[in-house]
Design a protein around this ligand. Structure first.
Ligand SMILES: Cc1ncc(COP(=O)(O)O)c(C=O)c1O
Length: 333
């Protein structure tokens, strides 16, 4: 109902499974735990960007564009999935890769997502960490235009009101699945970065008057900045949906206690959480987003933040391809 009027292409294998994590629960105790498998969205090894790209790509095609330009970190999942979406839509893709992580090794530079960018035919240019990536994308677009291309710029992480519609769709899907399973989740926990995933969920749950709240785990910014970004985008997304004003500031929460030394830099808690999930549930997380998100969820459970009678859903946003860019971190164990 909410999304029918928005142009959309089919890219994701949805609904993604919603499954119990009983073995993880047995290992750590606490509330009933579920996992929403958005790592299984199907596009290019899966992940959260498939849902956003369904709406972004439809917009690009409606505008007659033939080239997607987008920024990301060197090991960006968003770039990998955008490159694959472009390939299967007959478009070209160019990525502006920001060197957010310094002191990298050959695997970080060439393996994992970078290897797949190359396979999907995505051309790449590099800018230093902290650069104005929006300006760099605009400059790249001008260069491609001069050569006759019709570029469409997708912002970092696909996070604008069009992309966030993908997570309004996920909110709708989760509500329907919970009903089928006869459960009433109280919270969705996930890693929040460029903010579109959390903003879409918050706007979707608010528009649908759902009591489910979103527990973001920041992977980059301090709490205030992350929450402000999410709130701003959630309000704009709700407006775009035709439900302006439904999002309240108190609907937005982001815990910044699990970022560690910075974006893309490992923490012992992330390594432990990622290893624990692999060895209890046989599910792979990633070092930059879902691993830190899992560390955050386990940390909250250990602090007693959730009631034991709650049903908590961990939204697995994907990213395990990046493991191959961080090989040394895990081989050392
Ligand atoms: C695996 C993974 N999880 C979570 C996120 C964060 O999502 P968002 O950028 O919408 O906040 C990203 C973003 O790149 C991601 O790649």
């Amino acid at each position: 109902m909410l999304l029918e009027r928005f142009p959309r292409v089919s890219l994701s294998h949805a609904p993604t499974p919603l499954e119990p994590m009983d073995l993880l629960r047995r290992a750590i105790g606490g509330p009933r735990l579920w996992i929403k498998r958005d790592d299984c969205t199907g596009l290019a090894q899966g992940g959260n960007k498939a849902r956003k790209l369904e709406f972004l790509l439809a917009d690009a095609l409606a505008k007659g564009c033939d080239l997607l330009i987008t920024p990301g970190a060197v090991q960006s999942n968003h770039v990998r999935m955008t490159a694959a979406a472009a390939a299967r839509s007959g478009m070209k893709c160019h990525a502006v890769l920001e060197r957010r992580v310094t002191e990298t090794d050959a695997d970080y530079e060439e393996n994992g997502n970078v290897l797949l960018d190359e396979l999907f035919g995505c051309t790449r240019s590099y800018v230093p960490g902290g650069s104005d990536v929006a300006a760099a994308c605009a400059a790249a677009a001008e260069e491609f235009k001069a050569k006759g291309a019709k570029p469409y710029i997708i912002p970092g992480g696909g996070s604008n009101p069009i992309g966030a519609l993908g997570y309004v769709a996920c909110a709708m899907e989760l509500i329907a699945q919970s009903k089928q399973l006869g459960i009433s989740p109280t919270r969705v926990v996930h890693g929040t970065g460029s903010s579109g995933t959390q903003a879409g969920l918050v706007a979707g749950f608010a528009a649908l008057k759902s009591p489910i709240s979103v527990f973001g785990i920041s992977v980059r910014h301090p709490r205030q900045k992350q929450e402000d970004m999410v709130f701003d985008l959630a309000c704009r997304t709700a407006e775009y949906l035709g439900h302006g004003g439904v999002v309240k500031r108190e609907d937005v929460f982001a815990d910044d206690g699990y970022v560690g030394p910075g974006y893309g830099l490992p923490t012992p808690g992330m390594v432990d959480a990622l290893t624990l999930l692999a060895r209890t549930e046989g599910i792979l997380l990633d070092p930059v987003y879902s691993g830190k998100a899992m560390a955050g969820m386990i940390g909250a459970i250990r602090k007693g933040t959730f009631d034991d009678q709650e049903d908590i859903v961990f939204l697995h946003t994907g990213g395990s391809t990046a493991l191959f860019g961080y090989k040394q971190l895990f081989l050392k164990r």
